[in-house]
Design a protein around this ligand. Structure first.
Ligand code: UT7
Length: 362
């Protein structure tokens, strides 16, 4: 029997839209302060996609175009594209279908994965199995969300947290032995009551009444979600370590979902990892749902070396949670960084990808 191929991440790229929404802006919109947001969440600003008719696919396509450009990959070389999103452009077709059309990818499988903030890690797990069974050699996994499209900017409990963005990785069979060494996905549907969007699906289709009742926005019971997130992020990290005979001090980088700086710090503490080994971008992007983990990888790419041991962990609505153990496959410092022109955020001076400049601020 042939030995299953191991999938490895061979490139990463990200995109955040140019417009910024700062804590000072929010303090003018709702009853909040920069001090409260910074202390309770770690967020200082987030990027917001503005422009008529622009949806999640716009940001995802930017990230995918950059990924193709920096790796010199032609659209017709891609075998599969998976988009992890909670804010699809439309109910159907899938955002993945739309992204393929926008970047010139045709005649391949493409589909969306919905697992709220854990969707990117769910997608990585699925994609690695396509590589393992030999049915795909080049797969793009893109995590993208236009959270601003489902946020109530009169609700201070949710509007300060979320931002928009996209991040994409290229997966290929490993030729180094490094790659996705292990990954797991979990859920508990009883958690739906604490974090969901009530209307717009088949249970409560959109109506004048649902709009009037503000049911098309994120409903989050923050404290309840926080409690589960703290427990499950630590649990999934612990399970990944145990399954792979690792201790926290053997991990080079923790790559946590960026929902709240306090959840990130608690996870690191339970793993006995110093914050210098934790990727943190929440201060400048906020919670971009499916984009948080690939945006971290993009920001920190210049610091990643072959063989680095990364532990990825996420928790989100559903509830869902997921983890992965990745051995980094390439020298991030040698990977091309695209010019400001190709990078929406940098084009506007927002310095989206300067891990050496302002990543890992704690
Ligand atoms: O990514 C998917 C999963 N999501 C998460 O993991 C999010 C988990 N939850 C959290 O990160 C935190 O619960 C939040 C950041 C959402 C909220 O922080 P918290 O410390 O849990 O605050 P809280 O909801 O318990 O509210 C504490 C107080 C309340 O006032 P009272 O009742 O004590 O007078 C809130 O009304 O803080 C108030 N508050 C605010 N005050 C100023 C809530 N939001 C704000 C705000 N500005 N923006």
């Amino acid at each position: 029997m042939p030995v299953p191929a191991r999938a490895s991440i061979t490139a990463v790229h990200g995109y955040v839209p140019p417009d910024l929404l700062t804590n000072a802006d929010l303090a003018r919109m709702v009853d909040t302060t920069d001090a409260w947001i910074t202390e309770r969440t770690g967020i200082k600003e987030r990027h917001i996609l503005r422009g008529e008719g622009l949806g999640t696919s716009h940001m995802a396509a930017e990230a995918v175009r950059g990924l193709l450009e920096k790796t010199g990959t032609k659209p017709n070389e891609i075998d599969l594209l998976i988009c992890a999103t909670t804010t699809p452009d439309m109910q159907f077709p899938s955002t993945a279908n739309l992204i393929c059309d926008m970047v010139g990818i045709k005649d391949i499988g493409s589909f969306d994965v919905q697992a709220a903030c854990s969707g990117f890690l769910y997608s990585l797990n699925i994609a690695s199995q396509f590589i393992a069974n030999g049915s795909a050699r080049k797969i793009i996994v893109v995590g993208a969300d236009k959270m601003s499209s489902i946020i109530d900017y009169t609700d201070r409990a949710t509007c300060v947290i979320f931002g928009d963005g996209a991040g994409a990785v290229l997966l290929e069979p490993s030729n180094s032995g490094y790659g996705i060494m292990d990954s797991l996905v979990r859920s508990d549907g009883a958690g739906w009551v604490h974090l969901h969007q009530k209307a717009g699906g088949s249970r409560i289709p959109a109506s004048a009444e649902s709009v009037k009742l503000r049911q098309h926005y994120v409903h989050q019971e923050g404290a309840a979600v926080y409690k589960f997130a703290i427990a499950k992020m630590a649990e999934v990290a612990g399970e990944i370590l145990t399954r792979n005979n690792l201790r926290g001090d053997m991990i080079d980088w923790l790559v946590p979902h960026q929902a709240n700086k306090r959840i990130i710090e608690s996870t690191a503490e339970k793993m006995k990892l110093p914050m210098e080994k934790v990727m943190v971008t929440i201060q400048k992007y906020g919670n971009t749902t499916n984009a948080t983990i690939p945006l971290c990888l993009w920001d920190y790419e210049p610091q990643l070396k072959p063989g680095n041991k990364l532990l990825l962990a996420a928790f989100g609505g559903g509830f869902t949670w997921a983890g992965a153990y990745v051995q980094w496959a390439y020298d991030g410092a040698s990977a091309p960084r695209l010019t400001a022109k190709a990078n929406g955020a940098n084009a506007n001076g927002a310095n989206a990808n300067g891990a050496k400049v302002n990543g890992n601020a704690s």
